[in-house]
Design a protein around this ligand. Structure first.
Ligand code: UT7
Length: 343
């Protein structure tokens, strides 16, 4: 019988510094009314100078490992870090995170799928557990996305924030609460220009030869919005089909926190009642690869996710990429999102 993966821990972290809508109104030609009505976001977090993605990832991972108290034996034997903002272009950030967590010389690698990164990483971890390559996996989504935002772009400054979320998976049985039951993934590289940092990669290595705007993150907001609604809905339906669920059997939709209006529309398209659509976007904004695990951690800490709940997650991001996962929720004691001093 195929070995299943079971959720054994969850944790989230956001850095101390908060950017309010009033702060953005002082920096840009915008209004609090525009920001709230178009995005549903009131505050987002930002790393302090000197902090980076690995700091966020380590803090969230520690919270997830602390919630995974009943594991026994070695904590984890693999680390996968989904991120679009690695500490440096080379090498990957995951080995550094594993070393800082004291995880000895276990394998560790980064995965890049922008806002879909965590769902992709979860699927890879699930496959490695099924293959027997790993038994306990730490899957992290972390982004210090404010570090790549164009300082002159009011649209992206409004939407994005920094944070991290982490999940511990262990080998188990499909019938256990917390078992991962179905995935769907997809990508369309023909839409790569919708969400991009155009310069600084191997295609245009010298940012000094690029226009100022091409050195920073850029998003074609309206087009991304349309693709996000379509793909997040389709991929969620596909994952439900793999798990054998009907929409009315889903207890919680915990989707990528892209925009409050996107979440509402995707919930309605899927015919999942609004009170089952979880959102923490008003407090954290769009935290890219951290978005899904941070929302799961916040929902669990708030008691919104309970043992045995059928949970559907769905995400869309740059690439373009999308993905969804269906799982039940385990019995977990989850502390409120950690803030404050970084480890
Ligand atoms: O995480 C990956 C997936 N990401 C997403 O799903 C994000 C999807 N997109 C969005 O959430 C929205 O497109 C945004 C919130 C980014 C922008 O909202 P929008 O309603 O799509 O605005 P827009 O880009 O179409 O711009 C409409 C108008 C423009 O002015 P004009 O050209 O009509 O005069 C913008 O310049 O709104 C203007 N605008 C703003 N006005 C006030 C853009 N940003 C702002 C702002 N304050 N912060």
């Amino acid at each position: 019988m195929r070995r299943s993966s079971v959720i054994a821990g969850i944790g989230g972290y956001t850095p101390d510094q908060v950017i309010t809508n009033a702060d953005l109104c002082r920096r840009f030609d915008t209004t609090q009314e525009w920001i709230v009505s178009r995005t549903g976001i009131s505050t987002r977090h930002r790393v302090a100078p000197g902090q980076s993605t690995s700091d966020l990832a380590v803090a969230a991972a520690q919270a997830a490992l602390e919630s995974a108290v009943d594991l026994g034996g070695p904590a984890v034997d693999l680390v996968i870090l989904a991120t679009t903002t690695p500490d440096r272009p080379c090498p990957a950030t995951a080995p550094l995170v594993a070393a800082r967590l004291g995880l000895d010389t276990i394998p560790a690698f980064d995965l890049s799928a922008v806002c879909s990164g965590f769902v992709y990483a979860l699927s890879v971890a699930d496959g490695m557990i099924a293959a027997g390559t790993a038994r306990r996996v730490l899957v992290i989504g972390a982004d210090a996305f404010t570090t790549i935002l164009n300082p002159g772009d009011r649209a992206t400054a409004t939407v994005f924030g920094d944070g991290a979320g982490a999940m511990v998976l262990r080998a188990g049985e499909a019938g256990e609460p917390g078992a991962l039951l179905g995935f769907d993934l997809g990508a369309d590289g023909n839409q790569a220009d919708l969400i991009t940092v155009a310069a600084g990669g191997s295609a245009r290595p010298d940012p000094r030869e690029a226009d100022e705007a091409d050195r920073w993150f850029a998003m074609r907001g309206q087009a991304v919005y349309r693709h996000a609604v379509l793909r997040m809905t389709e991929t969620a339906r596909a994952a439900m089909a793999v798990a054998g669920w009907q929409p009315n059997e889903v207890d919680r939709l915990v989707a990528h926190q892209a925009n409050a209006r996107i979440l509402t529309t995707v919930g309605a398209e899927l015919e999942i009642p609004p009170d089952r659509v979880y959102s923490n976007i008003t407090n954290v904004g769009n935290t890219v690869a951290a978005s899904v695990p941070l929302a799961l951690a916040d929902a669990a800490a708030a008691g919104v996710l309970r043992r045995g709940d059928r949970v559907l997650v769905s995400a869309f991001g740059g690439g373009t990429t999308w993905g969804a996962a269906a799982f039940t929720w385990p019995e977990l004691a989850v502390a409120a999102r950690t803030k404050g001093d970084l480890p």
